[in-house]
Every structure is written in C-alpha cells, then in structure tokens.
Write a protein that binds this ligand. Structure first.
Ligand code: NCD
Length: 309
C-alpha cells in the first residue's frame, strides 16, 4: 500500500517501483483531466511556499501552475537576494520561518543536501526542486512519465544520457528511477564530466547494465531515448574549464535523421547549444511536451504528499 502523506520528496533513490508507478498513474489521471478542465480543486485552502534560491523558469512556474490548478495558493520568492538570506540568515532559520505560514514547501538551492536540511527544519512537507549538483527528483519523475507517454513503456528501453553527467542533478535522480525498469543505460560525456563513480558503481551493484562512451554517434544509433543535458556552467570552479568543454556534444537534425530518426529526444531545458533548433520540429523531439508534463507530475506529487487522494 503506497501512502505519500507527509513524505518529503528529496531524492530519486527514495522510491520503490510500486511508489513510482503510483505517482505515474496519478499523473496520468491529472493529464487526462486537464484536457477538459482548467482546475482540479483538491487543494482548496492549502498554501505552498515556492522558495527558489537559484534561477529557475520551468521548475518554479510549473510548481506554481500545479498548485494553482489544484485550487491552492502560492507564496514565495524567485530571488533570494531580496530575502533575509542576504542578511546572513541560515537556511534552517529561513525554512523554519516559512514553515509557520505554509502547508508545503517547494524549493531550489545551490547547495547539495539543502533540501534535506530544509526537511529537517520544517514540519511542512518539502519537495526538492534541485539542490546544487545533487538531486532533482520531481524532474526525474516527469522525465519518466514522458518516456512512458512517448514510447508506450519504460521497461527494457535503452536510455542514453549525454552532456554534463557530473553536475547534472536531473540525471543523478533519473538513473535511480530507470534502475527499476531494467533500462540499459549509456552515458556519453567528456572525461571531465563523467557520471560520478559512486553512482555508476551503485547502479551496477543493482544489476543495471551501464555503458560509458565518449562517442555520441554510436550511442545515438541504438537509443530509444536520448536525454541531452546542458553543461552546467554555474558549477565550474574554473571558467576556462567550462570554455574548453562547452559545445562538446551537439545534436542536430542531419545527425538524427541519418543515424536514428525514430529516437525520442528529451532535455530538461534550458538548452544552450547542445540541441540545434532545427531538431525542434522532428516528431521525436519531445522536450516541449516533457515540460508540460512537469505541471501534471507536480500536481500528482502535491496532492499525494498533502494526503488529498
Ligand atoms: C535543470 C536544472 O535546473 O537542474 N532544469 C530544470 O529543472 N528543468 C537542468 C539545467 O539547468 O540544465
């Protein structure tokens, strides 16, 4: 029996397959209902704090859209420079303050582990919308939902993850979900941006088939899903290192049409130059549909952790 009431959503590794399936099933329900309704008023009277200590377009706005479409309300900030964090207030104190006002907290923060710190400080449920180069579980769930809707299933698919696998929190969370579905995982990254060894080792110890390569074209050739990521400029200590590595891997239309025209292409966005805009109108380019799924997946998570279903 799956029960998410009061459960903080912090990490892709926290879920069993049964729990993931439950979240995806609720997401599918909201997806259906939003085709004919503007609102599914389950969260009337509930208030969410959206605390974004780091830039965000999709995660913040889709969390807010999700709460509004559930009939709830939102307070929060998108610029921590305008809060008491600027005066030196600790994260725990900021969270304990907001905790006095709201029923749940969606947050993003530049430090790895920040969402866990917040969850310990708050009585309200905490949803991690990205903690530095750590985890981004709500994104990973919407990615998984997108794979199911685009490909008709997840089990046994070959999923290629490409780009900045060292700092990419969406892929760190994603692999923890794919491991429940017998997916074959192929990691494509420059040497300096490889998936952290402890993550790869842990996947292998769970029996996941993992391959690593620096060759994008080979990996693309037998991918069901190609998940591209942005080189995370803001995580580099040395700007010259970023300059050397940016543009390492670029998908364009010619390459996809030649090597694997049936592939599904995902990207959490924002992109810089790693997917050329001429890819956007290919039928397999799913990254804008993926974004829309962010609203329904977050509706499902909010409704579940508030115990409204
Ligand atoms: C990602 C993030 O912030 O981790 N974007 C997102 O949440 N949709 C990926 C990125 O910033 O590159």
């Amino acid at each position: 029996m799956v029960n998410f009431k009061g459960v903080d959503i912090l990490d892709g590794a926290q879920f069993s397959r049964e729990e993931i399936e439950h979240i995806l099933a609720v997401t599918a329900e909201f997806d259906n209902r939003l085709k004919t309704e503007h609102k599914v008023a389950l969260a009337d009277g509930y208030l969410m704090g959206a605390l974004f200590f780091e830039p965000s377009t999709r995660t913040r706005l889709s969390f807010e859209a999700a709460m509004h479409r559930l009939g709830g309300d939102v307070i929060g900030f998108a610029d921590a420079g305008a809060t008491s964090a600027k005066k030196g207030e600790s994260l725990s104190d900021t969270i304990r303050s907001v905790d006095q006002y709201v029923d749940l907290i969606a947050m993003r923060h530049p430090q790895v582990g920040a969402a866990r710190v917040a969850a310990e400080a708050a009585e309200a449920v905490v949803l991690n919308g990205g903690d530095g180069a750590g985890q981004h579980p709500t994104q990973a769930l919407l990615d998984l939902y997108t794979i199911r809707t685009e490909r008709g299933g997840i089990d046994g698919k070959t999923v290629v993850l490409c780009g900045d696998l060292k700092h990419g929190r969406t892929v760190h969370a994603g692999v923890e979900l794919y491991k429940h579905y017998g997916c074959r995982l192929v990691f494509v990254a420059p040497d300096q941006l490889r998936m952290p060894d402890e993550i790869t080792a842990s996947l292998k110890s769970h029996g996941v088939v993992v391959e690593e390569t620096t060759n994008l074209e080979h990996a693309l050739a037998d991918a069901d899903v190609f998940y591209m990521t942005r080189i995370q400029k803001e995580r580099f200590a040395d700007p010259a290192e970023y300059e050397r590595l940016k543009g390492s891997y670029i998908l364009n239309r010619e390459l996809i049409e030649r090597v694997n025209p049936g592939v599904t292409i995902l990207h959490p966005l924002p992109r810089v130059d790693e997917i050329a805009t001429d890819v956007d109108d290919l039928s397999g380019a799913a990254y804008f549909r993926q974004m829309r799924n962010g609203v329904t997946t977050r509706m499902a998570l909010i409704a579940l952790v508030l115990g409204l279903l």
